[in-house]
Write a protein that binds this ligand. Structure first.
Ligand SMILES: Nc1nc2c(c(=O)[nH]1)N[C@H]1C(S)=C(S)[C@@H](COP(=O)(O)OP(=O)(O)OC[C@H]3O[C@@H](n4cnc5c(=O)[nH]c(N)nc54)[C@H](O)[C@@H]3O)O[C@H]1N2
Ligand SMILES: Nc1nc2c(c(=O)[nH]1)N[C@H]1C(S)=C(S)[C@@H](COP(=O)(O)OP(=O)(O)OC[C@H]3O[C@@H](n4cnc5c(=O)[nH]c(N)nc54)[C@H](O)[C@@H]3O)O[C@H]1N2
Ligand code: SF4
Ligand SMILES: [Mo]
Length: 743
């Protein structure tokens, strides 16, 4: 069935003209707000505090929130522009349905709900309950994440629910659970400022977590040495004391070699290893062959640099190790994570002031959203859906029989594969744009075209939604109350500033009505977000992610509470493990043996160059939101192919020349940006665009066997200069209607 694009211009026409916007994105006339609402940025896991200016039930601008302790008023380019979404001409203002040959037309809520429920019933009675799947996302608050998990299990009655964190933090989560039995960064950011050695592995902090950069600078002012592991000289790497330009996909070799150096030089904390860990012997046995020559040959990093990194780390009094998707987006993402943890445990620098370790969670609620049950294998409180006791507890909280909770389902990419095989026939998605964000997206498109029914809840028409039969007009971050959990484990309050525009509705109201129509309304008796949070508190009680003692009032009084917080008189836990009581079955922190293995696809004669993908500062994820904000578009209007001068010369590629990049999955054309800040054997493409500009036409769909994360960060490609040059970027409008500019 052919799916047709829609013209937003047409939709806008149907709703009539909107407010008069000034070129700077404000309103004509007075810009004095009616009120200021304290809340948090809707984008990354830093969750910077911000105040939104509200005028006539619309967001008119922002002001810094100086008192919020993490960012003290600082914001990045995305944070200062995010307010432009609420009035954006591309907002979906009512439900839409796709009409064959015509695009989308507005429909009323009754038809949208009625059709969706009929299709769910038809598909489930014909093919079984699990033939209807749900995909969700962690830009959603804790309340919505929790409710999606409950909705899929009790209203949709399917086991096949998963979320976009599957593309993001799951390798770190699996590694943390293996080592510590709990999945959260060990210390709050405050401890970072006083660490004396900081390793930053596979994270472009200055572009992806800009406000955290300040903490690194303060640490350097306090005398810290900074070691950055990245195939590119990212902005933070430019200020590093030591940059290790690792070949993509080789981090476990690097950290294995560092572990061997720690052992060979006896830079170890024997007391900590003896009393508080297990698995040390097996871990060091696995790296006994990984000497510096082997490490240099495998990682492409000068061996003296590796030795120096080990010495600095080994001899430090205090230290912090941070990583993000650069080491996690791999078929051995979990191996990479535990190989980092091994060097932290070997030196015993965890559970103490200024000594920490953790992944930097990516999405706004990437932390809370991975704890409360919208993962395919999880129940709230980070409980295990296959554990009979955990199931029993949640069944009691939900007031159902244990057997009514479905078992473990498929992970996100596996759901797409099952759709492609014709096993899953129906899909609901909320807060996820898989057609842009999953690897090998030609395959994803084929799968979407096979669905018998697809309903999407979003506030913008994203690329995946163009394949939907029905779109329900959902809400922005600032249009609903709730909580999110920041990357440092601090649960903060999101305050509703305005009501959704037009006929758009709060996401949670959409789910509640669907649940009622599916006959599960009695399980979704909430009148406000706080009701959902209070149920979540009980559901999480006794789990590893215990929120029981956190209340809205406490959050507001303290500007956030760090979980675990098991009782109302508990102050929360900014620093984990001070008691050395790890949450593993034996109560010890676990070393893991990591024999090195290669990425799933390595370069060869036909595909001689390594391709890696990631982000730029002004764009966010699949770009649905940031590609619509003109100033952010101006900053980085189109995806560029970052390439080193020597590799460019080898292929005869000139600056801004169009280059065809091909892999075994597909091909795409990008203008070249020749930079000295990347390894000469590697090219980098940011992934925030869809269609012909999508980097994910090229990436590989192989998954980590444990975490099921795709290998976004390494595959093999070839390059072909086209002797044509890209046009200079055009000026954009402050409000950029993505639909009208890119039909
Ligand atoms: N501006 C912006 N900020 C964001 C986001 C965004 O889309 N835009 N998204 C948010 C989300 S959800 C996430 S997950 C985070 C992601 O935050 P990061 O993980 O910091 O960002 P990435 O660009 O995906 O990758 C980080 C770095 O990994 C490097 N890299 C590539 N391959 C390897 C490798 O094999 N080993 C090592 N050591 N490094 C490698 C890349 O060169 C890149 O500099 O950012 C969050 N913040
Ligand atoms: N090649 C490559 N691919 C990657 C990555 C990479 O580094 N390289 N990174 C991966 C990572 S780390 C991530 S996190 C994923 C992200 O990938 P996605 O989750 O697919 O990206 P988003 O842009 O967040 O898409 C979310 C959609 O949710 C909508 N949305 C946002 N907030 C809300 C809300 O509150 N309510 C509703 N109803 N909708 C909302 C947005 O409008 C958008 O359409 O991409 C992954 N894909
Ligand atoms: S650093 Fe993250 S949370 Fe802070 S303003 Fe930027 S995108 Fe928003
Ligand atoms: Mo992410």
């Amino acid at each position: 069935m052919a799916k047709l694009p829609v013209s937003a211009e047409k939709i806008i026409k149907q709703y009539g003209p909107k407010k008069n916007y000034t070129p700077l994105g404000g309103f004509e006339g007075s810009n004095e707000p009616d009120r200021l609402v304290k809340t948090h940025c809707c984008f990354c896991g830093m969750q910077c505090g911000i105040q939104l200016k509200v005028k006539d039930n619309q967001i008119a601008g922002f002001e810094p929130w100086m008192e919020f302790p993490f960012n003290e008023g600082r914001l990045c380019p995305k944070g200062v522009q995010r307010y432009l979404q609420n009035n954006h001409p591309d907002r979906i203002l009512s439900p839409l349905q796709r009409v064959e040959g015509k695009g989308f037309e507005p429909i009323d809520w009754e038809s949208a709900m009625g059709r969706t429920v009929n299709e769910i019933k038809r598909i489930q009675s014909t093919y079984g309950n699990d033939a209807f799947a749900m995909l969700s996302g962690v830009s959603l608050t804790n309340e919505k994440s929790y409710m999606v998990g409950k909705f899929a299990r009790l209203a949709l009655k399917t086991k096949n629910l998963d979320y976009n964190g599957r593309l993001c933090m799951v390798s770190a989560g699996a590694g943390n659970n293996k080592a510590f039995g709990l999945d959260r960064i060990s210390n709050s950011w405050a401890d970072l400022k006083h660490a004396k050695v900081i390793i930053i592995a596979g994270t472009n902090i200055s572009e992806c977590f800009p406000t955290l950069t300040h903490y690194i600078w303060e640490a350097r002012d306090n005398g810290a040495k900074l070691i950055v592991v990245d195939p590119r000289v990212t902005p933070i790497a430019r200020t590093a004391d030591l940059h290790l330009p690792v070949k993509p996909g080789r981090d476990s070799a690097l950290f294995g070699a560092i572990l061997k150096q720690l052992v060979d030089n006896d830079w170890l904390d024997h007391d900590f290893i003896d009393y508080h860990t297990s698995g040390f012997e097996e871990a060091i046995d696995a790296v006994k062959e990984y000497d510096l020559d082997w490490a240099e040959a495998t990682t492409g990093i000068d061996k003296e640099k590796i030795r120096l990194a080990a010495e600095w780390w080994g001899k430090a009094d205090t230290s912090f190790l941070l990583h993000a998707r650069g080491i996690e987006h791999h078929t051995k993402g979990v191996d990479n994570v535990v190989s980092c943890i091994n060097i932290v445990l070997a030196t015993g620098r965890i559970g103490k002031p200024y000594c920490g370790y953790g992944t930097i969670t990516g999405q706004g609620n990437g932390q809370g959203g991975r704890e409360h049950g919208h993962k395919c294998d999880q129940l709230p409180g980070n409980r295990d859906i296959t554990n009979p006791e955990h199931r029993k507890y949640i069944a009691e909280v939900w007031g159902v029989e244990e057997k009514e909770i479905p078992g473990k389902g498929l992970s996100a990419y596996e759901i797409i594969e099952a759709i492609h095989r014709g096993e899953i026939k129906g899909l609901i998605s909320i807060c996820f744009n898989p057609l842009v964000s999953l690897p090998n997206n030609n395959f994803v498109r084929e799968a979407l075209e096979k669905l018998e029914y697809y309903m999407c809840i979003d506030f913008f028409l994203n690329e995946t939604a163009r394949h939907a039969d029905v779109i329900m007009a959902g809400s922005l971050h600032e249009e609903e109350d709730g909580t999110v959990t920041t990357a440092e484990g601090r649960v903060v309050k999101i305050n509703q500033a305005i009501t959704p525009p037009g006929q758009a509705r709060k996401d949670s109201d959409i789910l509640i009505e669907l649940a009622q129509r599916l006959g599960a309304g009695d399980k979704f008796n909430y009148s406000k977000a706080e009701d959902i949070f209070n149920e979540l508190r009980v559901a999480s009680k006794g789990g590893t992610a215990d929120y029981y003692g956190i209340t809205y009032k406490k959050i507001e009084e303290n500007m956030g509470i760090f979980w675990p917080c098991p009782s109302e008189d508990h102050p929360g836990t900014p620093r984990l493990w001070e008691d050395k009581k790890f949450k593993t079955p034996d109560g010890k922190a676990h070393f893991n043996a990591v024999p090195y293995r290669e990425p799933s696809e390595v370069t060869d004669k036909e595909f001689p160059v390594t391709l890696t993908t990631g982000r730029v500062v002004s764009q966010y994820l699949s770009g649905t939101q940031t590609r619509r904000i003109g100033k952010l578009v101006d900053q980085y209007p189109e995806p560029l192919l970052e390439i080193h001068p020597s590799l460019a010369q080898q292929f005869g590629i000139k600056e801004r020349e169009l280059v065809r990049v091909s892999t075994r999955r597909g091909e795409a054309v990008f203008p070249a940006q020749i930079v000295e800040t990347i390894r000469p054997d590697t090219v980098f493409i940011p992934y925030h665009w869809g269609g012909s500009q999508s980097a994910n036409q090229l990436t590989i769909g192989t998954l980590d066997p444990v975490s099921k994360i795709p290998e976004f960060k390494v595959c093999a490609c070839k390059l072909e200069p086209l002797k044509k040059w890209a046009a200079p970027a055009t000026d954009s409008l402050a409000f950029q209607s993505h639909e009208t500019l890119k039909p």
